[in-house]
Design a protein around this ligand. Structure first.
Ligand code: HEC
Length: 193
């Protein structure tokens, strides 16, 4: 009985001591047969890949991929001519991702009143405070008129982002988020019936 206990304790000690190893990256002796459990074949972060092209692990996003919470917007016009052509292109290429729900239209109205009504007026007809008081020299467009209403959603979105082609209306891309630009478009559609 006694011998058995001593033998048991001794063998446990041997196992414990032999498991220790100064090298922290070495798992020591593996007592189980299944080696994969001890020595898993993992790749180190930033190691070259053996299966992907050029060994590159992090692949670039596919062309045209849109980051979450952002919208597809490839235009960076420089000057009047590019603004003119891009405005037409945007009308064909950009789809309004937002439904004209009551909430979206209400927020569009709020955004319009903050960012556009100074020039375009609360009724959007182009007689805003700044123009009426001669504080802004150029006549703002009537946004309820057929010229603007016949423009596709994407072109209006573009004008808000980059300003008008002539440059008389400045860009509002830094003030109005993409989502709110679409809501303004929905609002502008809703005021003409
Ligand atoms: C500082 C004054 C000003 C502000 C603010 C302003 N606009 Fe304008 N907007 C103008 C003027 C002036 C024009 C006419 C410019 C032209 O003919 O080039 C215009 C033209 C437009 C057009 C017609 C462009 C075209 O191609 O015919 C649209 C659409 C428009 N504005 C929408 C908006 C919206 C939406 C906002 C708010 C986000 C806004 N504007 C804010 C002054 C302003």
């Amino acid at each position: 009985m006694k011998n058995k206990t001593i033998f048991f304790i001794l063998s446990l000690l041997m196992v414990a001591i032999s498991s220790c190893n100064r090298d922290k990256n070495n798992p020591g002796y593996a007592y189980m047969a299944d080696y994969d459990m001890y020595f898993s074949k993992y790749d180190k972060a930033y190691d070259a890949s053996t299966i992907l092209p050029n060994g590159q692990v992090n692949q670039p996003a596919p062309e045209g991929a849109v980051a979450r919470k952002s919208s597809y917007y490839p235009y960076h016009p420089k000057g009047v001519v590019e603004r003119m052509t891009d405005q037409v292109k945007a009308g064909k290429e950009l789809d309004n991702p937002l439904k004209a729900t009551k909430e979206n239209i209400a927020e569009g109205k709020r955004q319009f009143e903050i960012f556009c009504s100074d020039c375009h007026g609360f009724d959007a007809k182009g007689n805003g405070h700044l123009y009426k008081e001669k504080l802004f020299p150029a006549k703002p467009s009537d946004l309820t008129g057929s010229h603007v209403q016949e423009m596709p959603d994407g072109s209006i979105f573009f004008v808000i982002t980059e300003g008008s082609a002539s440059g008389l209306m400045g860009p509002h891309g830094t003030q109005v988020t993409p989502e709110n630009r679409w809501k303004i478009v929905d609002y502008l559609r809703s005021i003409v019936k």
